[in-house]
Design a protein around this ligand. Structure first.
Ligand SMILES: [Zn+2]
Length: 416
């Protein structure tokens, strides 16, 4: 709005100057034929500069130039041999970086947009170990893998097989820029290492703020799997499943981001974000997968403490930054997620699989007009978020009161 009003003000001032100079010219001359009787020419369109640069490892199709406001521009990034294109990074003064300077704004190598302000944009490349994807989804989304020297071969082998399974389950799709900074693009790069090694991928991903996460800020869209030594050794012994289930958790986050139509640039947070649906759902999915694969009830392991706080103050678990919410291992978020599935089932009188589908698939697939979390909750689940919170009084705070049945499979939820 600020830009629009200053634009209008500029037009107003320009019009005044034009009128004023016309009339002074009129005063100075006696010749009637110089008086303009036709409509004044519309003011020249506002022009903006576009600066396109290439980082090390590739070229760009144009260096930019000066364009009339609203001009549609297409730019293309081409990596040199041995490099891989990561994304376009927007920067100071550009339309894309009002909120997040130097953020990746799209992962597509060809990018079309309208010039609406002075814009600087840079193509980012990284050294490619391989230009051939390690895995391609049915829809064409590409995964690249990176393993540190410290990752055990057994873990790598399991990871590769699990990725094939998860890729079939979720069918992640190439997405345009409207899918948000970490939801869009047509590739995801996995970095896996053992934390004791330090930061073996510092050149590629810097020093990320998280060890296991989908990491899309500033560098590239990466899936980080920085694991403890004990997590990658002796997996499957006792209750040691997390070194594998974390893969399910993080790939599910890619699915969530890939499915949901996020904010247009400049990007805001994932909206509508409800922590117990985003994180509680991903953590519960780990347990469902472990239950299905190893016949082990990992929900008990995730349950670090009873869910009294979740029952009494569920709204605390909507926001990931709420310090008051006691949520080790997301145990209260998992409780709320599973209670939500029970309520979806009973309030809509549907079976358990259909209830899981609503919160695992329908919630993320919603592509209508942008809604608040309260509105989207009611639209997708059929009852208000407040009535869900009121219903929590009927639950006891032990995980047993919300456990799903033991025969559920992920295939039924995501593919049935
Ligand atoms: Zn997570």
């Amino acid at each position: 709005m600020k830009k629009l009003s200053s634009f209008l003000l500029t037009i107003a001032i320009l019009s005044f100057i034009l009128v004023h100079s016309c009339s002074s010219e009129e005063d100075d001359t006696t010749a009637p034929n110089v008086i303009q009787t036709s409509e004044p020419e519309p003011p020249a369109p506002t022009q903006y500069s576009l600066t396109v640069t290439a980082g090390e490892g590739g070229t760009v199709s144009t260096e930019g130039g000066t364009y009339d406001e609203g001009t549609e521009v297409t730019i293309t990034a081409t990596p040199s041999e041995g490099y891989r294109f990561i994304g376009w990074e927007g920067c100071d003064g550009g339309i894309f970086c009002d909120d997040l300077p130097n953020n990746i704004i799209t992962y597509y190598d060809t990018f079309t947009f309208d010039i609406t302000s002075n814009t600087k944009i840079k193509a980012i490349y990284i050294l490619a170990e391989s230009s051939t994807p390690d895995l391609i989804s049915n829809s064409g989304y590409k995964f690249y893998y990176n393993f540190s020297n410290g990752m055990p071969l057994e873990w790598i082998t399991y990871f590769k097989n699990l990725m094939i399974y998860l890729n079939e389950l979720f069918d992640i799709k190439p997405r345009g820029p409207e899918y948000g900074a970490i939801g869009n693009g047509d590739q995801g790069i996995v970095y896996s290492w053992v934390l004791e090694e330090g930061s073996p991928f510092e050149d590629e991903i810097g020093l990320p703020y998280c060890k296991t996460c989908v990491y899309g800020y500033k560098t590239n869209k990466s899936l980080l799997l920085g694991l403890e030594n004990e997590e990658v050794e002796n997996i499957g012994v006792g209750s040691n499943f997390h070194g594998y289930s974390v893969i399910v958790h993080e790939i599910f986050h890619v699915y969530q981001l890939n499915k949901s139509n996020l904010e247009e640039p400049p990007f805001s947070d994932l909206i509508p974000y409800v922590k117990y649906i985003f994180e509680g759902g991903a953590a519960a999915l780990e347990s469902l997968w472990i239950q299905q694969t190893f016949g082990y009830n990992y929900f008990y392991d995730q349950n670090q403490h009873d869910a009294q706080q979740a029952i009494e103050s569920p709204e605390l678990f909507e926001d990931p930054h709420n310090d008051l919410a006691i949520d080790d291992n997301y145990s209260n978020s998992i409780f709320l997620f599973l209670a939500l599935v029970k309520e979806i089932q009973s309030k809509n009188n549907i079976d358990e699989i259909s209830a899981f589908k609503k919160v695992y698939v329908d919630w993320w697939s919603y592509e209508g007009e942008r809604l608040t979390k309260e509105e989207q909750f009611e639209l997708i689940f059929g009852f208000s978020i407040q009535s869900f919170y009121d219903s929590l009084d009927n639950y006891s705070p032990e995980i047993q009161s919300v456990l799903p049945s033991e025969t559920i499979t992920l295939e039924e939820i995501f593919q049935g």
